[in-house]
Design a protein around this ligand. Structure first.
Ligand SMILES: [Zn+2]
Length: 395
């Protein structure tokens, strides 16, 4: 489906694993960012931005982009920011216990010098990620925060309308006490997930093998491929201890903060969602991310429909554009040198969820418009008021 995104001008390859995001791609991405911002606001997380360039001494990992400044100092382009944010907290430590919990996130470009970048946006060398870091005064609070953030991530993924699985995961390079991943199951996924039908255990096979359930030892298991779209870690004091991110407790004593970190792959979610939903020849988006929700196809130039429906296209556009949730989300395809059929097929390929055709029934005394609901394959003929009412009801 990466091919469809390239063919249809959503993204363009700049160099291996690095993409230009073209106007429609950015629209979808901005919708995802705004959905996440709203969800973060609900859990009192505040947004900040940490620099992409980090002095290299903090790092000894592979797959990093490194560069040298004019003073011969070595920098890396950060793939993640646990150290940087803990360092930031340490620089203002110790704050009073009254300042916690503290939840800070950013939505920024990250970089990884992948050996094998592929699958378009799903595994790029520059990618957009949302990373959240939480700070609590003790483990009990940190665990509560962890559950709360997981719930919030479930809310975000539920809004995208694609089924997902939350599985136990290895803590790996980042470390910590417990870790979960969220996956879309799809053949193209690079992870293998184990689902136990005996005890409902779900885990990445990297921690459990793929022969039997690690929890109940049953062999009634299913192994499926997954695309990882989010990863959460309960870190404990792994970073705060070594970097001195401390606070003053109730008794005025200095103690280490307990942390969590939570990544959400924004460009990857976009690529993966399109991968899971699209047809062979037609893009499909989660309804909330489609670059535009509605397209109106005006009659062909010189046709009797054009003469008899003059002005109706603009009127319809203006009316729908005023509806809640549709403002700025509607296109008027007035390239009337093209046939309706050609523009309709193009709109389907782009995956716009609602396509309105102004055809022969729009020439009647009470003009009827052809509404095509692409996600459900339904077609209705509605007059203006019915059409507006329909959009209000599905909003
Ligand atoms: Zn089991």
């Amino acid at each position: 489906m990466n091919r469809l995104m390239l063919d249809l001008g959503i993204i363009k390859l700049a160099s291996p694993g690095i993409f230009h995001l073209l106007p429609l791609g950015i629209r979808a991405l901005e919708k995802l960012k705004s959905l996440i911002d709203k969800e973060m606001h609900k859990i009192n997380a505040q947004r900040l931005a940490l620099p992409a360039l980090t002095p290299a001494e903090l790092w000894e990992k592979t797959e990093l982009f490194t560069l040298t400044d004019r003073h011969k100092n070595l920098y890396i382009l950060s793939p993640t920011h646990e150290e940087a944010i803990t360092d930031l907290l340490a620089s203002i430590a110790p704050l009073s216990y009254k300042n916690f919990p503290l939840r800070l996130y950013q939505i920024t470009s990250k970089y990884r010098d992948e050996m094998k970048s592929r699958f378009g946006l799903m595994r790029g060398r520059q990618f957009l990620m949302k990373d959240l870091y939480t700070f609590d005064i003790d483990m009990e609070n940190a665990e509560q925060t962890y559950s709360e953030i997981i719930k919030s991530y479930e809310n975000i993924l539920t809004k995208l309308g694609i089924g997902f699985s939350q599985v136990l995961a290895a803590t790996g390079n980042i470390g910590g006490l417990i870790s979960h991943e969220f996956h879309y199951t799809a053949d193209v996924g690079e992870d293998k997930l184990l689902f136990c039908s005996n005890c409902n255990y779900k885990g990445n096979v990297e921690i459990s093998g793929q022969d039997y359930c690690p929890q109940c030892k049953s062999t009634k298991i299913i192994v499926r491929n997954g695309i990882e779209v989010a990863h959460t870690f309960l870190l404990g004091d792994k970073y705060s201890k070594s970097l001195n991110a401390t606070y003053l407790d109730r008794n005025g004593l200095i103690a280490n903060l307990q942390m969590g970190c939570y990544g959400l792959g924004i460009s990857r979610i976009l690529g993966a969602a399109v991968e899971v939903l699209s047809l062979e020849q037609e893009l499909r988006w989660p309804l909330v991310l489609a670059p535009y929700k509605v397209v109106i196809i005006a009659p062909k130039g010189g046709s009797k429909e054009e003469v008899l429906t003059s002005g109706l296209d603009q009127e319809l556009y203006d009316n729908i554009d005023k509806l809640d949730g549709y403002t700025g989300n509607i296109l008027l395809d007035d390239r009337n040198h093209l046939t309706i059929g050609k523009r309709y097929l193009e709109a389907r390929r782009m995956g716009y969820p609602y396509i309105i055709v102004i055809g022969s029934k729009a020439t009647e005394t009470n003009p009827l418009y052809e509404l095509n609901e692409i996600l459900t394959n339904k077609q209705h003929f509605l007059d203006k008021n019915e059409l507006l009412q329909h959009f209000r009801s599905i909003q």
